[in-house]
Design a protein around this ligand. Structure first.
Ligand code: ASP
Length: 331
């Protein structure tokens, strides 16, 4: 008989480890209170499919994640993945920034073994809690040979998403996680089924390795709106950041009265990247603004919070603007 896969489940907190005052508290509850062992005790069914060991790495809401937390988590996973007796990793995580953590791992881990990040929209104490099945599914996905070499995955609501594409789109709905090109697959009756694979480079094919990263340059995001004050851009650009993602309206449109502030920031050495606040679609290089002339970049189709991570990693390599633009088209 084939041996069961050994999956290490790393607890970091979040709603999946939360508890409400009553079973009807689906939105107001205490987050990050149950230990990873308590969370796993809710899914004894998992013993039939995988050999699971658990460790509590941190116990925080994901809105509190910093670069240091990303590095701590990434380095721990990297160490575990090097072990021959570990077949895959599941990370339980708050849903707020699950897309950022998963994307960071997707870009910096150096193993084809499955890494799955999972959260829940409702605490385990609530009626129709989604955490137990999400976690069970995540362990199945991490145990499946079909999940090899697909990069970091996010499992939620019976769907398997690529870390590159997935974003949280609702504050409370179970179907909050969406990828603009759809999920990679589903989990049906305990079977992960894939229908497509990530087209962009990830994990073993990237230029970054988490074990070689000790700090990252800071990159800020400014969210555009009608009537935005250029002073917000000036203040952000002068806060010590090396790059600024401008979450512009539409296809990277920049209001005429703030172009000067962005140009000044660029002259002071801050890398400017045009993104879109719409949540999907491409920002066209040299479309709404003359990026070649201004020495600005565009995100391709990446959302601002993930473009930020990509720029932080790229700037840590000290790359030139042309190479930085290629990075956005490559990953
Ligand atoms: N505040 C929580 C977090 O991201 C929300 C959640 O887990 O769903 O940690």
């Amino acid at each position: 008989m084939k041996e069961k896969a050994h999956i290490v489940v790393i607890g970091t907190g979040g709603t999946i480890a939360g508890r409400g005052a009553s079973s009807v508290n689906t939105s107001a509850y205490a987050c990050s209170v149950l230990s990873i062992d308590e969370v796993l005790s809710g899914i004894p069914e998992v013993a039939a499919v995988s050999r699971v060991s658990a460790e509590q790495l941190m116990q925080i809401g994901s809105e509190n994640f910093t670069t240091e937390h990303l590095l701590q988590l990434g380095k721990r996973i990297d160490t575990l993945l090097r072990r021959d007796d570990v077949d895959g990793i599941v990370v339980t995580h708050g849903t707020d920034t699950i897309d950022e953590t998963a994307y960071f791992l997707h870009l910096t881990l150096k193993s084809p073994k499955p890494v799955v990040v999972v959260g829940s929209m409702r605490p385990p104490s609530s009626l129709s809690a989604d955490g137990p099945l999400n976690l069970y599914n995540a362990i199945l996905v991490a145990s499946s040979p079909a999940s090899h070499a697909k990069g970091t995955l996010v499992v939620s609501n019976d769907e398997i998403h690529s870390a590159r594409d997935v974003v949280k789109t609702s504050t409370f709905k179970l179907e909050s996680f969406r990828s603009p090109y759809g999920p990679l697959g589903y989990i049906v009756e305990g079977n992960p089924r894939y229908y497509r694979v990530p087209a962009r480079r990830h994990t073993t094919e990237t230029q970054w390795s988490v074990d070689e990263i000790y700090q990252l340059p800071e990159v800020g995001i400014v969210y555009a709106h009608a009537g935005i004050d250029a002073a917000v851009i000036e203040a952000t650009a002068q806060s010590g950041i090396r790059g600024l993602i401008y979450a512009a309206t539409g296809n990277g449109n920049v209001a005429g009265h703030v172009v000067g502030a962005l140009l000044r920031a660029r002259r002071r050495g801050v890398q400017i990247v045009r993104a879109s606040r719409t949540g999907s679609g491409i920002v066209t290089r040299n479309g709404a603004q003359p990026d070649d002339e201004y020495d600005w970049l565009v995100v391709d189709d990446q959302v601002p919070q993930k473009a930020r991570l990509l720029l932080m990693l790229s700037l840590s390599d000290g790359q030139h603007s042309t190479e930085l633009q290629d990075v956005f088209y490559r990953y």
